[in-house]
Design a protein around this ligand. Sequence first.
Ligand SMILES: *Cc1c(COP(=O)(O)O)cnc(C)c1O
Length: 391
Amino acid sequence: MMKHTPFRSIMPIAKRPDLIFEHGSGSWLYDDKENKYLDFIQGWAVNTFGHSSRLISETLCRQAGKLINASPAFYNQPMIDCANTLTRHSVFDQVFFTNSGAEANEGAIKLARKWGAKHKNGAYKIITFENGFHGRTLTTMAASGKAAFSDLFEPKTPGFIKVPFNNAKAVEAAIDSQTVAIMLEPIQGEAGVIPAADEFMYAIKELASKHALLLIFDEVQTGVGRTGELFAYQFYAIEPDIMTLGKGLGGGVPIAALLAKSEVSVFEYGDQGGTYNGNPLMTTVANAVVNEVSKPVFLKQINEKGNYLKQQLEQLSRAFSLGEIRGKGLLLALNTKSRNAPNIVQTCLDNGLLLNAPRENCLRFMPALNISRQEIDQMLDILNKVLKHET
Ligand SMILES: *Cc1c(COP(=O)(O)O)cnc(C)c1O
């Protein structure tokens, strides 16, 4: 069927437009015909400073000429520096670096089970949430609450009890003597940017204390400045026991991390590892990203841009009788009500704007964290035009 396309050697794992992207700069992405696109997807909330930022390309080049991989059997300086940076800026004590968010979450699940084996009579069940997303390994698919995953690749890893999000009663009802942890995204990203309600978070924290359960925050999407705080847990008066990071941590390069408080950091030799884990090429970039994003001036401008985008989207929503704006910082979504969001995304693409529709009635905005107001206005102009003509 795809025999004569240039894509014939690529496994068809997603419906992709017939475009080949060639280079990028900041908020702009260019295809091989030099068409330019304003990018509000940014590698899926990955390119913290936009495409090919100087900070990232220079850091990569410098490290590439120095040391790329010393082996996971040895320490290297960037690994140490990055772990220190992450623990200094968070409530966690130890870090294990991975290559993807799924792998970090897989590690979080293993760590919770290990803790349960050591400290809670072998408790292993983890309460997770409907429509939650934790990755695409078999175990993180089992942890996810994505309906499309439920019948795939059976049998999956057992031990995940799924309950409705923002429903503390359902969480309480699901707890039994074998429960070891509650795992959630502070803002469910793939579900359509659904924030956890404050009351829900406080109730969850209480349940976790009462039943000696670990709290695992999957901040693969919300972490590293995306929501306007360095980490989304900082919005709540809550300290999780375990947190995972990915996406924006590398600003575009593949690195993720599993962080834990010392009481919970119970891996022993041989429990966890990986050939590329903690390599200096990626950890040096992540260290540069976190050092930059954690600067108060940088976080402040994320909030300014996020507030501006939110206000403008509210205006646009009123003008077209659409629904609410959800999310925080520069992770925002617009409820398109009866308008078909995937169709809007397609027309935006035809007009040089890359947007994402995680649901049939939801547009998600995840621009570079250093996007300019002018670029936000350009995005709104295109979206405005598209909404006028698209029915
Ligand atoms: C993207 C994402 C993951 C998976 O990360 P990968 O790097 O694609 O494996 C896990 N959890 C959340 C919340 C995500 O947004």
